[in-house]
Design a protein. Structure first.
Length: 451
């Protein structure tokens, strides 16, 4: 049995934020989500998050992705672990993880679990250039780990140590819960430190090991918004590099923001300042031009997205979107469409090979195949209380500057003349004109100007 306890009850005072620290996002996910996901990938069966400050927000966000233990007053990391006693009867190994270590990877959890086999505790440590306020790892003459000393409790000699405690550990679960009550709070912060277990277990001749992390950035803690940016940079570069090694052309990796769930086909090119969040897939040979923002959307193959925002939508193959288009709320654009500049599609289905090239709002509608939507067309779908549907069937032609007051249907191969405001359905093959006839008054133009 593998379990994990994630410590997330603290406020994160140094973040200077009302949001609990572990809810701050790194790439497109909360710090805590990264840790929980990576625990699951390491086959950890039970993940218990210790919550306190801001627990409603944490639990609303994480839902049933993990279990919860409550620490109403924050008396230290050791006390936080005590609160997770729902695990006290489990056999096997338990990871204890500071909730502010968002970059820690699945493989490192696996290595830590392996290193704990046959011993009681393993501390994940790191060798760093600047040990800042991390807890220092003090080793015995034989190089075994003697104790961890918190920065505030360090003497001058200990402050010089450059091996630090990452705040990530693995325990034999029974040994962990048998010894938690031995932790005392007689230290500079009057807190119960989980780190004291190193000395406690050593004194009982129980085996404590240390695993040195391969990369100190991966295990760095986040205590303020600057460190948050460092974690973000590291994880983003790792994600971007993986995609580049798989064949995605990223023109400027430092200015490309890709979430951890995003996938790409072959030969995709991404221009700078594009953002991909949540569940996004970009198909083969597609090009994402600068300043695009894609959330939970699928883009087909051979498609170009130019400076556009696409959320919760699906775009097919050989489509051109933008510049400056906005597709949202279950919009589905079939293959070979052209969605041009300043077009907003909301809950709109565009059939095969249609076009809507300029300055248009189409909301709550079904547009067939081979339809032309002229410039400045508006579906008037909302009467202030309810939303109504517009249907435009295959081959129809909607002229420029047309208002279609829903609900209505424009039939197959029907035409709506430019400038019309139509309120009634148009049958297959008919033409609707709904505008005043033009009157030209001879000479009145010059007269008016000379007045
Ligand atoms: C801790 C370690 C330190 C290590 C560093 C690595 C202790 C005593 N010190 O220090 O050795 O170098 O992490 O980043 O463990 N938390 C609770 N309840 C509490 C206190 C803390 O849930 O009562 C949570 C916090 O929300 C946070 C995590 O535990 O996610 C770590 O707490 P923090 O105060 O950041 O510990 P550090 O001072 O960084
Ligand atoms: Ca910390």
């Amino acid at each position: 049995m593998k379990s994990a306890i994630i410590l997330a009850a603290g406020k994160g005072t140094r973040m200077n934020s009302d949001i609990p620290k572990v809810m701050h996002k790194v790439c497109d996910q909360e710090m805590l989500s990264h840790i929980v996901n990576n625990c699951k990938k390491a086959n950890v069966q039970r993940v218990v998050t210790v919550v306190g400050y801001g627990k409603d927000l944490i639990m609303d966000t994480m839902k049933d992705k993990c279990e919860y233990a409550h620490q109403d007053v924050q008396l230290g990391t050791g006390h936080a672990v005590m609160m997770a006693d729902t695990l006290s009867k489990e056999q096997g190994y338990t990871l204890v993880i500071n909730g502010d270590c968002p970059c820690i990877q699945t493989e490192t959890f696996e290595e830590l679990l392996k290193a704990c086999e046959g011993i009681e505790m393993v501390v994940l440590t790191a060798i760093v250039k600047d040990a800042r306020t991390y807890g220092r790892v003090v080793r015995n003459a034989d190089n075994s780990i003697e104790k961890i000393v918190e920065y505030k409790d360090c003497n001058e000699q200990e402050k010089l140590i450059n091996e630090i405690n990452t705040g990530i550990y693995c325990f034999n679960n029974q040994v962990l819960f048998d010894n938690l009550q031995c932790i005392q709070s007689n230290n500079a912060q009057n807190e119960f430190y989980i780190t004291d277990l190193v000395e406690i277990l050593n004194k009982k001749n129980l085996k404590v090991g240390a695993l040195i992390a391969k990369c100190s950035e991966e295990v760095a803690g986040v205590n303020d918004c600057y460190e948050l940016s460092l974690a973000n940079e590291w994880l983003q570069m790792k994600i971007n590099k993986k995609h580049m090694l798989e064949g995605v052309t990223i023109i400027d990796p430092k200015a490309t923001y890709i979430g951890s769930e995003v996938t790409f086909g072959k030969d995709v090119t991404i221009y700078p300042n594009s953002h991909f969040k949540g569940n996004v897939h970009i198909g083969d040979n597609s090009v994402i031009l600068p300043n695009s923002f894609l959330i939970n959307s699928t883009i087909g193959a051979n498609t170009t997205i130019d400076s556009s925002r696409i959320t919760d939508s699906k775009v097919g193959d050989e489509v051109s979107v933008g510049p400056n288009a906005h597709l949202r709320m279950n919009t589905v654009v079939e293959n070979k469409n052209r969605i041009g500049n300043f077009v907003e599609l909301k809950n709109c289905k565009m059939g095969y090979n249609s076009r809507c090239a300029h300055l248009t709002y189409l909301g709550d509608c079904e547009i067939g195949a081979n339809v032309n939507i002229g410039c400045g067309v508006v579906t008037v779908n909302y009467d202030g209380k309810n939303k109504f549907k517009t249907i435009v069937m295959d081959g129809a032609f909607i002229g420029s500057n047309v208002n279609m007051i829903a609900p209505l249907t424009v039939g197959k191969n029907a035409v709506v003349a430019a400038g019309s405001t139509i309120t009634k359905s148009v049958a297959d093959g008919d033409m609707a004109i709904a505008r005043d006839r033009q009157t030209n008054l001879e000479g009145y133009g010059s007269k008016y100007k000379n007045k």
